[in-house]
Design a protein around this ligand. Structure first.
Ligand code: PLP
Length: 221
């Protein structure tokens, strides 16, 4: 068995029921994804539209493609025909563009609102207040289905801080689920946790982890 297959199987066996594994395959060649696929993995996350489209062309059609990185508005049209979930909605403008492109293809596209909780300025996403404000004023966007939130913790070894940030995300998720989205069947996803912190994320209530390095090894940029 290859390392990739082994890591997929270990992860799938260790994650609690109800937690979805997104195999983050950005910068890895299609052959690596095929190995993960052959080990049973069907959900893959990519962070560049062009790369995602190229891989989707050559890999099996039953793969569920997730977009996880910063998304430029002008790239939405490339993934709108088939994308399963966009984790990284960080502006109303982007949400409107997804709605427009989804409508063109007669689809409704599932999206997550990205929330900024980390200490680093460089990370994307809405502030918590901004998010509360946004969802209150969400215009009619019939072709997007807001399915939850996504966040990244600070890159640090301080477990307490990471846990606190995941806790904050979980609280916001629970609040939105109980209020704005109380009648929504879609709003079920709390996407948090990467290779170095997915265990903490799961303990803090994550329903979807995005794991790259642990499965595929280091990326070569
Ligand atoms: C790259 C990336 C991941 C995966 O990170 P690893 O540390 O390789 O597991 C998860 N989420 C997002 C948003 C990413 O860009």
């Amino acid at each position: 068995m290859t390392n990739i297959a082994q890591h997929i199987q270990e992860l799938q066996a260790s994650l609690p029921k109800g937690v979805t594994l997104v195999a983050v395959s950005k910068f890895h060649p299609a052959e690596a994804l095929q190995e993960a696929y052959d080990a049973g993995q069907r959900v893959f996350g990519e962070s560049r539209a062009q790369e995602l489209v190229a891989k989707a062309k050559v890999l099996p059609k039953d793969i569920e493609w997730h977009f996880i990185g910063p998304l430029q508005s002008n790239k939405v049209k490339d993934i709108a025909p088939f994308i399963h979930l966009i984790h990284s909605i960080d502006s109303l403008k982007l949400l409107q563009e997804v709605n427009k492109q989804a409508a063109k293809h007669g689809r409704s596209v599932r999206v997550l609102l990205e929330i900024h909780v980390a200490a680093e300025e460089t990370k994307h996403g809405f502030g918590i207040e901004e998010c509360r404000e946004l969802v209150r004023h969400l215009p009619e966007l019939p072709n997007v289905r807001i399915s939850g939130i996504m966040g990244m913790a600070t890159q640090t070894d301080d477990e307490r801080q990471i846990r606190q940030e995941f806790h904050t995300l979980h609280q916001l998720f629970a609040e939105l689920k109980a209020t704005t989205f109380k009648d929504s069947e879609d709003f079920t996803i709390l996407s948090m946790g990467m290779s170095h912190d997915y265990r903490l994320a799961v303990e803090e209530g994550s329903t979807m982890v995005r794991v790259g390095t642990y499965i595929f090894g280091e990326r070569e940029y």
